[in-house]
Design a protein around this ligand. Structure first.
Ligand code: GDP
Ligand code: MG
Length: 330
């Protein structure tokens, strides 16, 4: 294969994916993960056709039952709406720790033969702005290729996972019964972004206490336009999943009725753009710092002949110059 020239053009892949070619779609999702010029070309193609898909995010501690719950909801959605559903299992930790994602896929395996279900795991491999910017782009791609509903599951509750979940239209936060779980979720910033709260593994003791903790913490956060319902599920037995479906549908209706869906999306478009811009600037800065042309500047800094503020000023000037000149990073 000749360097720099992809075997199949992005637009040909897009056409194929829109026509139902799952392999083409998988390849395009890799393009989104990688970022770069190919991904920007793809954004141009998807942007015009996207805008109708609805994204539901699942977040919570590892092992809380997110995959099982997303799988059960998938079954419920397919039964009640019959629309195509895509699932993105998002793992920011690293491509090496594929184990959790693999387990997730196994839990959703009975959907493998359903042509209207598409399941894919995702990590960033250099996308400017990281996963919190790559996921919305992936959702738009799925949207534009015929997937009106996307379930996004994160593997844990780190900063990135919370940011990823917050890019979705409805955020489902999963906790388990037991002392302290609700408090942990609150500390991780999950209650702030929760639209629906789920106490999964409700077959275990401590459900009432956890529900009470969650209610208390929600009250402390003041009056909200939307009070997240607190649901109890046993995902492994499919219990409470119909109620989860209803709660998500109510939240969606609430967002649509009040015009909040549009305003939230507009807000998120701005944060996505800022994330991408910051990512590009950061990368340009890294390249500048590491360029041989700046060896003398770094030595002067280390020898105390140049103060950090001055050094920073010169680096910023260089980055600005590079970007204005249409450098490789623009
Ligand atoms: N007892 C019980 N176990 C559950 C329930 N839901 C999920 N599990 C189990 O909890 C484990 C972790 O579930 P998983 O969906 O992988 O959690 P994730 O890491 O949050 O995606 C699995 O062994 C599930 O079978 C539940 O409602 N009750
Ligand atoms: Mg999982």
């Amino acid at each position: 294969m000749s360097p720099g020239r992809p075997a199949t053009s992005t637009s040909a892949l897009f056409k194929a994916a829109a026509g139902g070619d799952r392999r083409a779609l998988a390849r395009l999702l890799s393009v989104v993960e990688r970022g770069g010029s190919e991904s920007r070309e793809l954004s141009g193609l998807t942007f015009e056709r996207a805008g109708s898909a609805y994204a539901i995010g699942f977040t919570g501690a590892p092992g809380s039952g997110k995959s099982t719950l997303a799988g059960a909801l998938l079954t419920e959605v397919r039964r009640r709406l019959r629309c195509p559903v895509a699932v993105l299992a998002v793992d920011p930790s690293s491509p090496v720790t594929g184990g959790a994602i693999l387990g997730d896929r196994v839990r959703m395996q009975h959907h493998a033969l359903d042509d209207d279900v598409f399941i894919r795991s995702m990590a960033t491999r250099g996308h400017f702005g990281g996963l919190a910017a790559a996921v919305p782009e992936a959702v738009r791609l799925l949207d534009a290729t015929g997937w009106p509903l996307v379930l996004v599951e994160t593997v844990g509750v780190g900063q990135v996972e919370v940011e990823v979940a917050a890019t979705c239209d409805t955020v489902v936060v999963v906790v388990n019964p037991g002392w302290g779980d609700a408090v942990q979720a609150n500390k991780a910033g999950l209650l702030e972004i929760a639209d629906v709260l789920v106490i999964n593994k409700a077959d275990r003791p401590g459900v009432q206490e956890t529900a009470r903790d969650l209610r208390l913490m929600l009250q402390l956060s003041g009056t909200l336009e939307w009070t997240p319902p607190i649901l109890k599920t046993v995902a492994s037995a499919g219990e409470g999943v119909a109620e989860l479906f209803d709660a998500i549908a109510s939240h969606r209706a609430h967002l649509q009725a009040g015009g909040e869906l549009e305003s939230r999306r507009a807000e998120r478009a701005l944060s996505e753009a800022l994330r991408i811009a910051k990512g590009r600037l950061e990368r340009a800065l890294d390249a500048t710092v590491n360029s041989p042309a700046n060896a003398a500047l770094l030595t002067a800094l280390q020898d105390n002949r140049l103060d950090p503020g001055q050094a920073a000023g010169r680096l910023v000037e260089q980055v600005a110059g590079d970007l204005a000149g249409g450098g490789a990073l623009s």
